[in-house]
Design a binder for this molecule. Structure first.
Ligand code: ADP
Length: 759
């Protein structure tokens, strides 16, 4: 901070000296004010408040203390206003408004938040109006604080047309009539108390710039506004702005917000980025001299035009010339001009107009030349007017007549000649065309006469041809009639033929049906025949032998009964019994088979547990297998339920197991296995017996071939068992097959449908 003595023109410096007790708290001073007791209050960025006693030179201060709720709320102090010895108001940037009582040393805080609070905590400027209300400019709008009622009236920037033009309030002032003016970061506002609305003034209204950093009101009620582009004086009565810039002696064009002050004698101070301006507003006078305007130079294609030479449009200096005549090729020209005002000539303003071409004045600011290109031929008046540095306009200005000549092809003489030539060409063409048309007409008439003759000849020929055609037509019609009659006859014959064919078709179908029936009967008869053959062959071969045995031994027994020993008798009886059992087994199988062949066995499928059935049969045959010391293994994963005729499958299992035992030697092994195979259950009966040769395998399961062997224990066979097995398995929707190797053993496989699939 500096203290200026205007009498001596000297500055005294106050600087922050760390560690020194009697120094100010910082060097970024933002506000200064004097109280009634000759004390200077200063505030600044992060330095709180310092008070300098002018008489004693003692510097005291206040800063924020976290532990003391009655300390200054924030050290960034932007404005201080001393109301009386008990009340000092402090605007802080971040800590709202503070009310300080120097007697108690306590600070009261007014912070944003809740009802009836300040507009924002970031306060910039304080101003007390004539009613004692305090106006607080913040970064969030404007607050008017009624100190009596301690109530805040807040205004913010929003979209309504009567709102503040910006929320950053840099300056507040009250004019002589009590009107309030608010300078913001984007325009000047006038406050209408009745409507509680703001009206706006922006650079479009005449301000040099929209940032209003400082605002003071002089004794004539003019507003002095420091901006980022100089200082502006606003007269509310005439609603006019007059702007001053660096060329008028300002420290620079840019001023600092909040940095303004009016002395008691009316002297104004505005701080800017290069220093300070101070002035008495009434000492700034207007220059009313109306400057004369002169043309100073004339250029064609941006080149100086020599004066008085041959072909030069300038006969004398442009300043003295009243008229210039240019050819159309010289139509790119520049006129330079100047106003003779030597007080701040840089602020002289110019306007010009080319009458006959421009509709409006061209506003040039301080530029002093005008250029036109490619003007049409014609006569124009170039007029230029100027104002002095204070905006007083000499509206008479100066002017010059400019004539631009047309090119030769645009002259009236040339155009008349062209019109005449075109007219005579059109007339000539017209007559030429008329004579051509007449010639064509005569030619056409001749051609038409010739064509008429030809057409008449052709016409008579056509008439002749038409007669001939009509005769041919009559003949054709007769022929057509005849053909029609024949066609009717043919259609009748056709219908008869179709009926016949239909009849034949029916007969054929009937015959075919009879044929199918006959074939079925034939097949059946053939099968019966082979059954019968088999029966006869069995009876012939297999019944004969046992019966011979029975007859022979029973004869021996009956004739020699008395002479025979008890042992012999027993032996004969055993032989007879075995032979009879063989015959009986054979007959039983034969009967079963014949019954099945003649469809006399009923097929009654049901759900059957296969494991159980196998187990039952193994138990039945246990005795027989023990006799041959054969080991029996039954392997199965789980219980298998199949859908089959219980009796039939029982016979199959028993047959296959009997065969396995029959064709396996002493101490052999039989293995029964059941497996899951998708929708089927697969049963395998394996043995370690004699096996079957490949050519013999082919003979198994066949009705037409009779194949049987004796078992390893001399057991007799019928050769019917496997045939029965195949028939029953096929009837139960399964399959049966065998795998075997001679000397190693055989495996008989059969499949049956699962119960859950069929049920
Ligand atoms: P049978 O056993 O009464 O002769 P089958 O039709 O049951 O009549 O058998 C026909 C023949 O097939 C048997 O005589 C035998 O030669 C042969 N055969 C059947 N099962 C087996 C087996 N497990 N091992 C060896 N040969 C067998």
């Amino acid at each position: 901070m500096d203290m200026y003595n205007p009498d001596k023109g000297l500055f005294k410096h106050y600087v922050f000296e760390p560690g020194k007790p009697n120094s100010i708290n910082g060097n970024t001073v933002l506000c200064i004010t004097e109280d009634g007791q000759g004390k200077i209050w200063i505030g600044g960025y992060l330095q709180g408040i310092n008070i300098i006693d002018k008489k004693t030179g003692i510097i005291s201060g206040y800063k924020h203390d976290d532990k003391d709720i009655f300390s200054l709320s924030n050290d960034d102090v932007r404005d201080i206003m001393v109301e009386d010895s008990n009340t000092v108001w402090i605007a802080t940037n971040g800590g709202g408004l503070n009310k300080f009582n120097p007697e108690t040393g306590k600070f009261l805080h007014y912070l944003e938040g809740g009802e009836n609070s300040i507009a924002g905590n970031w306060c910039l400027k304080l101003f007390e109006d004539r009613n004692g209300s305090i106006w607080i400019g913040t970064y969030s709008g404007l607050s008017i604080f009624d100190t009596e009622n301690t109530s805040f009236l807040n205004f913010e920037k929003n979209t309504s047309p009567g709102s503040l033009c910006n929320g950053w309030i840099y300056s507040v002032a009250e004019d002589k009539t009590g009107n309030m003016w608010i300078g913001t970061a984007n325009g000047l506002n006038y406050f209408d108390w009745d409507k509680r609305e703001f009206s706006k003034f922006l650079s479009s209204d005449g301000l040099p710039n929209d940032v209003i950093n400082g605002l003071l009101i002089d004794n004539e009620n003019n507003l002095w506004l420091s901006t980022n582009k100089g200082i502006s004086k606003y007269n509310p009565d005439s609603n006019s702005f007059k702007n001053y810039n660096e060329s008028d002696g300002l420290q620079g064009n840019q001023f600092i917000h909040g940095s303004y002050f009016k002395g008691k004698d009316g002297k104004m101070f505005f701080g800017g980025i290069n220093g300070l301006n101070m002035f008495y507003p009434d000492s700034i006078l207007n220059n009313t001299f109306l400057p004369p305007v002169y043309l100073t130079d004339f250029l064609i294609y941006y080149k100086e035009v020599p004066i008085g030479t041959k072909n030069s449009p300038l006969k004398k200096s442009i300043t003295e010339s009243k008229k210039i005549t240019l050819t159309h090729e010289q139509s790119v020209f520049t006129i330079k001009y100047a106003a003779l005002n030597y007080t701040n000539p840089g602020k002289n303003q110019y306007k010009y107009k080319l009458i006959g071409f421009d509709k409006e004045w061209n506003i040039m600011g301080s530029r002093r030349e005008a250029t036109y290109t490619n003007l049409n031929p014609g006569t124009y008046t170039f007029k230029v007017i100027a104002s002095n540095n204070d905006g007083y306009w000499n509206n008479n200005g100066t002017s010059i007549l400019i004539e631009i000549l047309p090119p030769w092809y645009k002259t009236i003489a040339f155009r008349t000649l062209i019109v005449l030539i075109i007219f005579s060409l059109i007339v000539g063409l017209y007559f030429f065309r008329i004579s051509k048309l007449q010639q064509q007409k005569v030619q056409l008439e001749n051609i038409v006469a010739e064509r008429t003759c030809e057409i008449q000849e052709k016409n008579s020929m056509l008439l002749q041809q038409a007669d001939e055609l009509s005769e041919i037509n009559t003949l054709l019609e007769e022929n057509q009639q005849r053909i029609k009659q024949q066609a009717e006859g043919l259609a009748e014959a056709n219908r008869l033929l179709e009926q016949r064919q239909q009849y034949i078709q029916e007969q054929t179908e009937e015959l075919m049906a009879q044929k199918d029936e006959l074939e079925t009967v034939n097949d059946y008869l053939a099968e019966l025949n082979s059954t019968k053959d088999k029966c006869f062959s069995i009876i012939a071969h297999d019944l004969k032998n046992p019966f011979n045995t029975i007859l022979g031994f029973s004869e021996l027994l009956s004739q020699n009964f008395v002479n025979l020993t008890e042992e012999k008798k027993q032996q004969f009886a055993d032989i007879i019994f075995k032979a009879s059992k063989n015959v009986f087994d054979l007959l039983e199988n034969l009967l079963l088979w014949v019954r099945s062949q003649t469809n006399r066995i009923k097929f009654e499928p049901e759900i059957v547990e296969l494991n159980h059935m196998v187990r039952e049969n193994l138990t039945l045959l246990q005795e027989t297998s023990h006799q041959k010391k054969i080991k029996v293994i039954f392997a199965h994963e789980k219980k298998f339920k199949v859908f089959c005729d219980r009796n039939m499958i029982n016979i199959v299992i028993r047959n296959l197991l009997t065969n396995a035992i029959k064709f396996t030697s002493q101490e052999g092994t039989i293995r029964v296995e059941i497996q899951d195979e998708g929708d089927l259950v697969h049963t395998m009966i394996s043995d370690t017996g004699i096996g079957i040769a490949p050519d013999e395998i082919e003979k198994l399961f066949r009705v037409d071939i009779h194949f049987t062997r004796e078992g390893t224990g001399g057991e007799a066979g019928t050769g019917l068992g496997l045939i029965l097995c195949k028939e029953y398995i096929v009837k139960n929707n399964g399959k049966i097959w065998v795998e075997s190797e001679v000397g190693k053993g055989s495996t008989f496989h059969f499949t049956l449908p699962k119960s859950d699939k069929t049920s």
